[in-house]
Structure formats: structure tokens, C-alpha cells
Design a protein around this ligand. Structure first.
Ligand code: PLP
Length: 390
């Protein structure tokens, strides 16, 4: 970091402040407020054979990636962060840092591609995973095997039912049994929840979603306060398998994160307004959103999330699957697409993509609320439901 000036970020600046200035780094040589993109894959060795700059080769590390990591670490209140080429590579790096034969617990409701990987590829590699309703602490207590369970994986709010898990409650159970806790906090973002403060050991993000926020980068992130061998193993998995994010994408991620607080606050307000209005819509049988008092995780979410309940909600259509699919076909403003966390609102018939093993009802549409005017969003989904009903 010899060419950078860093402000003292020990002052109690809010996440909005830290993110807006990407920690306020100034490039020493040019005095630029936007740091340069470091693209070199290799670096000059000192005449005495040392690498004093800390840079050796582009696969283990990169200066622009380190910039993105320092922002994410600050936002999560973490000592260390790692940025990887996708959310999946971040999650998989954590599991590959375990050992074949290790026992892990994962939620029944979680990001489907990771669940499939755990059920199939990870099982073949030797991980033994039990899928548990992690919203039920008694179920977690029963499933944990002291000395044998090495990791409890959580996702909260969890795709696509937006189930809320008590991070502190699970951490207490897991730590007593000698297991670590990792939280996929993609849906919450560090603006709403900082899992390490609730006792989690590792926090993970698909930075493709809210952290970047513009649907133009695939990236993943991990953060921790631990200085242990397990974190070193994760770092090695990234370095050896070349899972690091490219420098151009790292730059875009830094740029996206500057507006994280604004975007998450706006998307959460839109989601809350939509959830409230859609809950009273004659064609909607249920709205799944932790901000609604009717949601089973509402009280916990109100304690664990601050400043909003996130931009993600799902609705179930009274008339069933065909009406749900037809509604997604009739939208004009909402974009019919997978993914989430961008500035544009997305709608998806989720069961079509999740396949076997999904807890997702067939009549469910997943809504990723963007930052558009909420009246326009409501009017569009209302007209789509009506036209789809014929
Ligand atoms: N975790 C969650 C909650 C997700 O929604 C996703 C992607 O949809 C992932 C992880 C995987 O992230 P990526 O697509 O960046 O690999």
C-alpha cells in the first residue's frame, strides 16, 4: 500500500460514509480520488531476490482487488476480506477449506445452486451435509454433532422464502460444539446486518447482487475477524484455483459500492411498500417479506436487521402456477430475469429455475425490488396479474 494515503477510519463513520468514498483512498502519485486499476499480472523482484512491494503474481493477489476488500472489510466490521470471481466461488472456497469426511449443516431454504453443489459434488468429494430448518434453533441443536460438525452455513434472509435465522442463537450452539458459522448475507447486505457482530465467524456475499448493484459484474466476497489456519486455507484455495476477481471487475465493484447505502435503503423502502400493498391484493394469497408482521421471522428480523428488511420479497398467486408464469410474461416495467440486487426490478418464477429439492411453491414469484418509483412498480405488477388472469 505504499502509493496510497489512507484516512484514519477508526473514527465512527457510518457505512454510508465509508462506502461513498471507498474509504477515501487517494492515489499518492497522481492525487486522484479514484484509484487507478492495477492490471499487471507480474511484478519486478528486488535485486536481492525479495518482493518488498508485497506483489508477486496476479493469481494470489491484486492491488485493485485489495482496495475492494478493504471497503468490504470496513463495511462488515471485519479484519480481513477476500474478493473472488463469483458468489459461488466464495462459498465453495469455504467448503473446500474443510476436509473430506467433515460434517456440515446447511439450511433447507438456501441459494439453490449451492444446495445442489453440496448435495452432489461436495458429497462426492467427501463432505457430509445435513439440511436443517435453521430458523428453528432446536432443530439446529439436534443436528449439530459436537466435535464432528465443523461448519454451520446460514443464509438470512434466505432465498426464496426470505426465512430469517437467528445468527447469535446458532453461533452459540455451533461454537459450543466446536463448529464455525458462516453466513451468506447477500440479501441483507452490511447496510442492514453485520453477521460478525452476532457471532458469525465468516460472512459471505454474492457481490454480483447488492454490493455491486448494477447487474454488470459477477463477484463474491468473504470477510472474517479470524487470523486462523482455516482462513489461511480459504486464501490458499483462492490462490491455487485462481478464484480471484479480475482487476477491472474489482474497480466496477468499488464504484458500485459507493452508492450501496442509498440503493439498499431505497430498495428496502420500495419492497416494504410493495409488500404492504400486495398483501391486500385480491389475486395474491401470501406475501413473503420479513418486514410484514405476518412473516414468522418478523420479530427476529426487526432485532437483527437495522434500517430496513431488504429489497427481496416473494408473492404467491391465489390462482396457482399457470397464473404466476403468465403474470411474469405480462410485465412491462419489471424485468423477467434471474438474479437480484440491481437498481432495476426483476421478477422470476422461481420454481422453474430451482428444480428438484426446492422448497419453493409452484405459485411463487420472486421479486427483486429496484430503485424505480414504487407506484410504477405496483401499477405494472397489478396490470400484469389482471391481464394474465384474462
Ligand atoms: N448466494 C445467494 C443468496 C445468491 O442469490 C446467489 C446468486 O444468485 C449466490 C449466492 C451465488 O452468487 P453468484 O451468482 O455471484 O455466483
Amino acid at each position: 500500500m505504499s502509493d496510497k494515503t489512507r484516512p484514519d477510519i477508526s473514527a465512527n463513520w457510518s457505512a454510508a460514509t465509508l462506502a461513498a468514498q471507498a474509504l477515501g483512498h487517494i492515489d499518492e502519485k497522481s492525487r486522484a480520488v479514484t484509484p487507478p486499476i492495477h492490471i499487471s499480472s507480474t511484478f519486478i523482484r528486488d535485486p536481492d531476490n525479495q518482493y518488498r512491494s508485497g506483489n508477486i503474481y496476479g493469481r494470489p493477489d491484486n492491488e485493485t482487488v485489495r482496495e475492494a476488500e478493504s471497503v468490504i472489510a470496513a463495511l462488515e466490521g471485519a479484519k480481513h476480506a477476500l474478493v473472488l470471481g463469483s458468489g459461488m466461488s466464495a462459498a465453495v472456497a469455504v467448503f473446500l477449506a474443510l476436509k473430506p469426511g467433515d460434517h456440515v449443516i446447511a439450511p433447507k431454504v438456501m441459494y439453490w445452486a449451492l444446495r445442489n453443489w453440496l448435495m452432489n459434488d461436495a458429497a462426492e468429494w467427501g463432505l457430509r451435509t445435513d439440511f436443517v430448518d435453521t430458523a428453528d434453533l432446536d432443530a439446529v441443536r439436534t443436528a449439530v454433532r459436537p466435535g464432528e460438525t465443523k461448519l454451520v452455513w446460514l443464509e438470512t434472509p434466505a432465498n426464496p422464502l426470505w426465512t430469517i435465522t437467528d445468527i447469535a442463537g446458532v453461533a452459540e450452539i455451533a461454537h459450543e460444539a466446536g463448529a464455525r458459522v458462516a453466513v451468506d448475507s447477500t440479501g441483507a447486505t452490511p447496510i442492514l446486518t453485520r453477521p460478525l457482530e452476532f457471532g458469525a465467524d465468516i460472512v459471505m456475499h454474492s457481490a454480483t447482487k447488492y454490493l455491486n448493484g448494477h447487474s454488470d459484474v459477477l463477484a463474491g466476497a468473504l470477510a472474517t475477524n479470524a487470523d486462523d489456519e482455516f482462513w489461511a486455507r480459504i486464501r490458499r484455495v483462492r490462490a491455487i484455483q485462481g478464484l480471484i476477481l479480475g482487476p477491472f471487475e474489482a474497480f466496477l465493484l468499488i464504484r458500485g459500492m459507493r452508492t450501496l447505502a442509498l440503493r439498499v435503503t431505497a430498495a428496502s423502502a420500495n419492497a416494504m411498500a410493495l409488500a404492504t400493498r400486495l398483501a391486500n391484493h385480491a389475486m395474491v394469497s401470501e406475501v413473503l417479506y420479513p418486514g410484514l408482521e405476518s412473516h414468522p421471522g418478523h420479530a427476529l428480523a426487526a432485532r437483527q436487521m437495522r434500517g430496513g428488511f431488504g429489497g427481496m420479497l416473494s408473492i404467491r398467486l391465489r390462482a396457482g402456477e399457470a397464473h404466476a408464469i403468465a403474470t411474469a410474461a405480462k410485465v412491462a416495467l419489471w424485468k423477467r430475469a434471474t438474479s437480484l440486487g440491481g437498481v432495476e426490478s426483476l421478477i422470476e418464477h422461481r420454481a422453474s429455475i430451482e428444480g428438484p429439492g426446492t422448497p419453493c411453491p409452484l405459485d411463487l414469484l420472486r421479486l427483486s425490488t429496484g430503485i424505480e418509483a414504487v407506484d410504477d412498480l405496483y401499477a405494472d405488477i397489478d396490470q400484469a396479474m389482471r391481464r394474465a388472469a384474462g
